[in-house]
Design a protein around this ligand. Structure first.
Ligand SMILES: [Zn+2]
Length: 434
């Protein structure tokens, strides 16, 4: 209260900010006292509780535990029991209050997970202090946000294991007209120890990044003007991790199943030309129409044209226009003919042309764009491209930031969960399980 009056007196005028901040601090302090009182152990409590070893643990003493809570630091007194058989000690009250083995209240932990998934841990610390009046070290935000991410991962892993045993529940729900699966990779900077023995993009140099595999699933019910595809609002969910293609395939398959894979009338897999994407598509989503992102395919032609016609802008444009026309019309065999007719001036150039010709031939069936358009399907993997920036880049590619794989995967799991609008459900499930 003293502070509030000081704020009022400062310059003869009312310093509203000083007053409101002081008033908040004071009401938090009062609230914390009330909370401590409410949480103090009831006068009567059991003298023995069952131990994990099935023997009876006996009341040993009252013990205090300090916790940062939403209203500031609080101290709770709770009975502590020791088992005479296995000598383990514990406070069952901690389990009841959801603070077993953790040094923060659940309310503060949720806030840490939310801010820590959005911004650097240092920035999160500042936000918590300014916006919520909660003073915690950045390291605590990191630890708790990661712990929650690890818990989300563990639950996902349990679902993936079920999927592996083909024990996925059949969901009785309306059919999904059109279900899309998109996937892509994005590199993130990692600490040195995580890249040992791996070669980087530049030959002979060590890697500084590791690839996050990211996938998304969404549905489409209608088409808009001119038959353009429209993504169903709030239907997109994301999964991702730094892991092998095999592990990621199961993760994405599990997600697709959750989103209605078994009820989808038409299924589409969209991606760039990366081999792992089409391997997974064949393995896990054999019934899907496969589409190579049109913009990636165009990019291949742009890049090749620049190599073929350096300094000959007119010739380059003319050649490129012919190629793009064939591509847009899905006439990949005709496009391959144009590439085949080239007479590259150097061995290196010949190699590039062969590589590109093979790329188009290999993916020909995935490039029948007029047919895809006629069916009202997306021809570009824009959703996953954007997700690489929003889900991964925005949080995991900040300059000067180097991740461990464990830490990155925890934050990726947390972000995917939040951006798939599942965090509130997760949090409710988690506390009811506790
Ligand atoms: Zn015991």
């Amino acid at each position: 209260m003293e502070v509030i009056f000081t704020g009022l007196r400062k310059s003869g005028q009312c310093d509203l900010e000083a007053v409101e901040m002081a008033a908040r601090a004071t009401s938090h302090q009062l609230g914390a006292k009330v909370l401590e009182h409410l949480l103090s152990a009831p006068a009567e409590f059991q003298l023995t509780v069952e131990c994990a070893c099935a023997h009876q643990a006996r009341f040993h003493q009252m013990r205090a535990k300090q916790l940062p809570a939403v209203l500031g630091p609080i101290t709770i007194e709770r009975p502590y029991y020791v088992c005479p058989h296995c000598h383990t000690g514990r406070s069952p009250r901690d389990h009841e209050l959801d603070v077993e083995g953790v040094a923060c209240s659940p309310g503060v932990r949720r806030m840490m997970a939310v801010v820590g998934s959005e911004a650097s841990f240092q920035h999160s610390r500042e936000q918590l202090e300014l916006l919520a009046g909660i003073a915690v070290p950045a390291k605590a935000v990191e630890r708790h946000a990661e712990a929650i991410g690890v818990d989300i991962q563990a639950r996902e892993q349990a679902a993936i294991q079920q999927a592996k045993q083909l024990e996925l529940p059949e969901v009785c729900a309306p059919a999904v007209p059109l279900l899309y699966i998109e996937m892509d990779g994005a590199g993130i900077p990692v600490v040195k120890a995580e890249t040992e023995g791996r070669t980087g993009k530049v030959e002979g140099q060590p890697a500084h990044t590791r690839e996050v595999k990211l996938g998304c699933v969404f549905t489409q019910t209608t088409t808009g003007t001119e038959g353009r595809p429209v993504r169903d609002e709030n239907s997109t969910s994301y999964v991702g991790a730094i892991e092998s293609a095999e592990q990621f395939g199961l993760r994405l398959y599990t997600e697709a199943w959750r989103c209605g894979w078994s009820r989808a009338q038409k299924k589409v897999v969209l991606g760039d030309g990366a081999a792992w994407i089409w391997n997974l598509a064949g393995q896990h989503f054999p019934a899907a129409i496969q589409i190579v992102d049109l913009y990636h395919a165009r990019q291949h032609l742009w890049e090749l044209s620049a190599k073929l016609f350096p300094g000959e802008e007119k010739a380059r444009k003319r050649w490129l226009a012919r190629c793009l026309d064939r591509l847009d019309k899905g006439r990949i065999e005709a496009l391959a003919k144009i590439l085949g007719a080239l007479q590259p001036g150097s061995e290196e150039l010949a190699k590039s042309v062969t590589t590109e010709a093979e790329y188009f031939e290999r993916n020909a069936a995935r490039m029948r764009y007029p047919s895809f358009r006629a069916q009202g399907l997306f021809a570009g993997s824009g959703v996953i491209e954007a997700a690489c920036k929003t889900v991964i880049g925005a949080r995991l590619k900040c300059s000067g930031l180097f991740w461990t794989i464990r830490g990155a995967n925890a934050i990726i799991a947390l972000r995917c969960c939040r951006l798939s609008r599942r965090f509130e459900d997760y949090w409710t499930d988690r506390s009811s399980a506790a």
